[in-house]
Design a binder for this molecule. Sequence first.
Ligand SMILES: NC(=O)c1ccc[n+]([C@@H]2O[C@H](COP(=O)([O-])OP(=O)(O)OC[C@H]3O[C@@H](n4cnc5c(N)ncnc54)[C@H](OP(=O)(O)O)[C@@H]3O)[C@@H](O)[C@H]2O)c1
Length: 307
Amino acid sequence: MLSINPRIGFVGFGEVGFHMSCGLKQAGVERIFAYTRDLAGSAKSRKLRRYAQIAGVQLVPTLDELVAQSELIISAVNARGALKIAKEVAQLIGANGMFADLNNVVPAVKKEAAALIQAKGASFVDIALIEIPALVEHRALMYVSGDGAEEFCKVMSKFGMNIEVMVAEAGQAATVKALMNIYLKGMQALSIEVALSAYKASIPIGHLSLLVSRMTQNVPDEDEMAFWIGRGVLHAHRKTAEVKDIVNLMKGWGIDPLMMKATAKRLSAIAQYNLEDYIGENLHPEDSQSIFEVMDQIGRERGIGLH
Ligand SMILES: NC(=O)c1ccc[n+]([C@@H]2O[C@H](COP(=O)([O-])OP(=O)(O)OC[C@H]3O[C@@H](n4cnc5c(N)ncnc54)[C@H](OP(=O)(O)O)[C@@H]3O)[C@@H](O)[C@H]2O)c1
């Protein structure tokens, strides 16, 4: 059980650890500790100490000491170090402890870490950090799952943390993050491809940004993805042909249209289901769930494994 003003220990004191600590301290958390790799004497260490002082955080020299001092341990290292830290903390943590992992790792890693921590009687919180602490400190939106999620939310919301609890096992919050990343990383790659094409075609990118955002300006935010999915499904045959033409146009500009080639593949994969024939029966274009249920059904009938 966390106390009402829990002692918090960050493993890793980089961008996230620093900005979250600054906000939490200002919001009234009394004791925050941080452990990071031993850098005694180096310039990096001096910088760390300066940041710790700014944030009001006490640096501790060992992980043992961090775990001993903290009720809530937050792992903010990196994807490579996340499981190693969970294993080490599991050797040290007591049954009353709570371990929260906010690293961007795949769901299986969060599940493995949770099992190790829970085997010691401690609780585990899988944190998917959605917003950036460098912008909004500890108020960055986060999704949490795992057996410690509700208690974590109950205690830490009082300090202004913006927490959405998923009543689900560890790994589910990480799954949300992975899904978001499919979209965000895809958008990044696509934006680069559009901007590169605009540059080659001598069209200012500012014009395009405005035109693209106009497409959905009358669609409520929460319906935007369903809008694009529905339109893609309805016109998959036609759009596949159009995208193939654009692929050739881009090659003419001297661009390898990586994202557009993938788009043509995705649309033509959807087109083979002829989903437009099912509209009105049990498929409703504005309801993505109904689209994918019909795809599953067709997939089973035709023996299609991967959609
Ligand atoms: N930055 C964001 O806005 C954001 C958003 C969502 C999720 N995340 C996730 O949050 C985690 C932390 O991100 P960050 O931006 O704070 O990274 P960062 O600035 O690179 O900081 C990571 C910190 O962890 C330390 N560290 C790494 N491995 C360690 C180990 N094995 N033992 C002890 N300390 C270790 C690093 O020390 P060294 O300097 O010695 O390597 C550094 O102090 C990452 O998993 C990231 O994917 C970040």
